[in-house]
Write a protein that binds this ligand. Structure first.
Ligand SMILES: [Zn+2]
Length: 248
């Protein structure tokens, strides 16, 4: 079920206890020299649509939220962002309406690294208000970590930024948007952690090109096969949310 394609009567008739409200949360920000700014919006939206299509009776998908927390990309330009407090408040308000309408199983499906911390804060705030609900969230890549690690050739086995993974996904989903002549090895980049510490750095401090890893190794075939695996894993996570007993 897609919220924005249904009438109020049809939404009113949904079984609120046995439905997962799926909020895809993405971003629009610079993605290096070769990928479109809407990379996260495109990937997260495609995953959410496929997850809804896999279980249309039990999943109520909201339209993709394109505005993310991306201030750490601003120094590269070509970036839209909400401030952190605004973003946390937006996520709370997006979830509050269906929760007040009786829905009890919420999943934020995240597609942008900068959204992770505010998403968790929003979930903690909502839990205090709605203790009778299951309030969950994850980045699709953490649900599908093994699928992604197995699908990549380069040294980095996770999702970076406009990396081998994201480039393969856009080559699969929207190949016409990839600037192929500018697709290249991203060169050295700094992680945001060392020896167990988190170091707060913006993208300009971490990379020269605004992207990470090995976009030069990306292929649409890798993107196609990882996409199938990701949808499968997220689908299983949705089933787990449905199987979770509602709190007393
Ligand atoms: Zn992003």
């Amino acid at each position: 079920m897609k919220f924005h394609e249904m009438t109020s009567g049809a939404i009113g008739a949904i079984d609120r206890k046995q439905t997962v409200v799926l909020f895809p949360i993405a971003a629009v920000e610079q993605h290096g020299p070769h990928l479109p700014t809407g990379t996260d919006l495109i990937i997260c939206g495609a995953v959410a649509e496929a997850v809804e299509a896999r279980n249309p009776e039990k999943v109520l998908m909201l339209p993709v939220n394109w505005l993310g927390a991306s201030a750490h990309h601003l120094r590269f330009g070509a970036t839209m962002t909400a401030e952190m407090d605004t973003y946390i408040a937006t996520l709370c308000e997006m979830a509050r309406a269906p929760l007040e309408d009786g829905f009890q199983r919420i999943l934020f499906l995240n597609g942008h690294g900068g959204n992770i911390d505010p998403m968790k804060i929003a979930l903690r705030e909502l839990q205090l208000e709605f203790p009778e609900a299951i309030l969950s969230g994850a980045s699709y890549w953490s649900i599908a970590e093994a699928v992604i690690a197995n699908g990549l050739e380069g040294e980095d086995k996770g999702v970076g930024h406009a990396c081998e993974f994201e480039t393969s996904m856009i080559q699969h989903l929207r190949p016409e948007l990839v600037d192929e002549p500018h697709r290249a090895h991203a060169g050295p980049w700094l992680p945001d952690g060392v020896e167990g510490l988190f170091i707060s750095r913006d993208m300009k401090q971490r990379t020269q090109a605004g992207c990470t890893g090995r976009p030069d190794l990306a292929t649409p075939e890798k993107g196609a096969s990882m996409f199938v695996g990701i949808v499968e894993r997220v689908g299983i996570a949705v089933e787990a949310i449905l199987a979770e007993p509602l709190p007393d």
